[in-house]
Design a protein around this ligand. Structure first.
Ligand code: SF4
Ligand code: SF4
Ligand code: FES
Length: 506
């Protein structure tokens, strides 16, 4: 990630080579020099409530919920916000004293002065800091006798994001994100006091911020909501599955959310039980930190395209077993096989290909790593934060086994009597005339019926494995859904094709 100069979670530089001893609630702890109390406490496993503080943004110190008590050797203790207080040697911090609890209760009363506390109908309910802290640190009805100040509900902040102004507590996390992380400078706070509002900046366009939806996650209340996912499902009806975004070679780690089986809908469209409800970042300091781009949020658009889930021989429907036998026979009788290997395949599948079909065919096989996807019109091709120009998640691993498919495709395929095309991104018009074609793919496409054999394979949300990103970091992904019974896992197919290929040969 870029932005090496940005101070994260602290307005002071932190020196991790130098430590300071201090106490939290009487327990000895160690802080790095320059660390704030909230940072050091977090590393020690002590959670200090916070709204405006975020570990990857600068520190405004505006919500005051992180107030802690500091004991003095003599004289009265003092109180200050833990997010902007550097740890000093021997400091004795109390995070749960009666005075701290009273201050938190009073701060919660103040923060909810104009907040509607409408958790029952709020899309953030179940994963909202304000809701959690209200129960944990306040739990009382509003003590104010004044009517709450009303503001616009459902203000369209962008084509993707809805803002409920009444729920906003003006923590400014969203504003700081657009200034410090995405650098679109697209959001600002206008007016003051009760009437302060978050609004798009006049000279910027939030729609063009490729990372805009991160503000939905970091908003500590239900003020910023995804228009795409609005009212889809309550969070407790869904579950996250650890995965990797295949949208580019950065390989951001993500959570893919889907409906819990025990909460399956019985009377509605079965698709609702097997769709991707949403995608959120799975924080990973080695790859993407706490962020992903909007393309990663839209994985349903990549995965939920019309599928090709029935095998074919010569464009006619066939069973998977028949098509597998036919493909094996073509490989066995071939003199020169060219395989165009998928850069969306997992490390395990690539290795399985090499160790089965590759080993069986030996010198009769020439393999090339193929780009299954290329940048699309209107898409951000590359930037200095996360997005990479290679729109394939596992080109690194594919290239470790096979060279890249050269620009002279005709030259690379010349003399092949069998071409095996694995994955998307190859135009059948480039195939040499007379060559027999075996295709392994997942999505419907007119080219598939033109292949001699088509074998339908699972997509990454239907299998588990690992991807190796552009920097060599390996991340696991886990199956979210079951594939159709007519669809095979590629690695299983390879194992079935290889013995025959080895036994016959040219
Ligand atoms: S919309 Fe959310 S993130 Fe932005 S200032 Fe308001 S509460 Fe904070
Ligand atoms: S940067 Fe690339 S890998 Fe990360 S979320 Fe965006 S498309 Fe996916
Ligand atoms: S979290 Fe410390 S002032 Fe907001």
């Amino acid at each position: 990630m870029s932005q090496a100069t940005r101070k994260r979670g602290n307005n002071e530089p932190v020196d991790t080579s130098s430590t300071i001893d201090f106490f939290i609630n009487g327990t000895p702890c160690t802080a790095y020099k320059g660390e704030s109390v909230i940072q050091a406490a977090r590393r020690a496993g002590v959670d200090i409530p916070h709204f405006c503080w975020h570990h990857d943004l600068s520190v405004p110190g505006n919500c005051r919920i992180c107030m802690v008590e500091v004991e003095q050797e003599s004289g009265d203790p003092w109180f200050d916000i833990g997010c902007n207080m550097p740890v000093t040697a021997g400091m004795r911090v109390l995070t749960e004293s009666e005075k701290v609890k009273k201050l938190r209760r009073e701060t919660m009363q103040f923060i909810t002065l104009n907040h509607p506390v409408d958790c029952g109908i709020c899309n953030k309910s179940g994963e909202c800091l304000l809701q959690d802290y209200h129960y944990e640190h306040n739990g009382m009805a509003s003590l104010s006798r004044d009517a709450k100040t009303h503001a616009t509900k459902f203000y369209p902040l962008s084509d993707r994001i809805m803002l409920d102004n009444e729920r906003c507590i003006m923590c400014t996390r969203c504003v700081r994100f657009t200034h410090e992380v995405s650098e679109s400078h697209a959001l600002a706070a206008v007016y003051r006091g009760d009437h302060a509002l978050i609004r798009p900046a006049e000279d910027a366009n939030f729609n063009t911020d490729a990372y805009s939806d991160n503000v939905i996650d970091i908003c500590p209340v239900g003020a910023l909501l995804s228009r795409e996912n609005l009212d889809h499902a309550r969070v407790w009806y869904t579950k996250p599955t650890a995965s990797v975004c295949p949208g580019c070679s950065r390989g951001c780690t993500v959570n893919v959310w889907s409906r819990r089986p025990e909460w399956a809908l019985k009377a509605l469209d079965p698709y609702l039980n097997s769709r991707i409800e949403r995608v959120t970042p799975l924080e990973n300091p080695a790859v993407n930190g706490p962020w992903i781009c909007n393309k990663g949020r839209d994985l349903a658009k990549i995965f939920e395209r019309p599928r090709a889930d029935a095998a074919m021989i010569g464009g006619q429907p066939a069973s998977l077993a028949e098509a597998t036998a036919k493909a094996a026979a073509l490989l066995a009788g071939a003199h020169r096989v060219v395989a165009l290997v998928s850069s969306w395949a997992s490390n395990e599948e690539l290795t399985a290909f090499r160790d089965t079909i590759g080993a069986a065919l030996g010198g009769r096989l020439t393999g090339y790593a193929k780009a299954d996807h290329v940048p699309q019109p209107g898409e951000v091709v590359e930037d200095g934060l996360l997005i990479k120009a290679d729109k394939n998640p596992n080109m690194t691993a594919a290239l470790a086994l096979y060279p890249a498919l050269p620009a002279d495709v005709a030259g690379a395929l010349a003399g092949a009597d069998v071409v095996l095309v694995w994955g998307e991104g190859f135009d059948a018009a480039q195939l040499p005339s007379g060559a027999r074609v075996i295709r392994l793919d997942s999505y419907a496409h007119a080219d598939l019926a033109r292949a001699d054999v088509f074998l339908p394979i699972s997509i990454m949300t239907e299998r588990s494995g690992h991807y190796t990103n552009c920097e060599g970091t390996v991340s696991p992904f886990t199956a979210v859904f079951q594939p159709q019974p007519t669809v095979a896992h590629a690695a299983t197919l390879f194992a079935q094709l290889a013995p025959t290929a080895a036994g016959v040969g040219a």
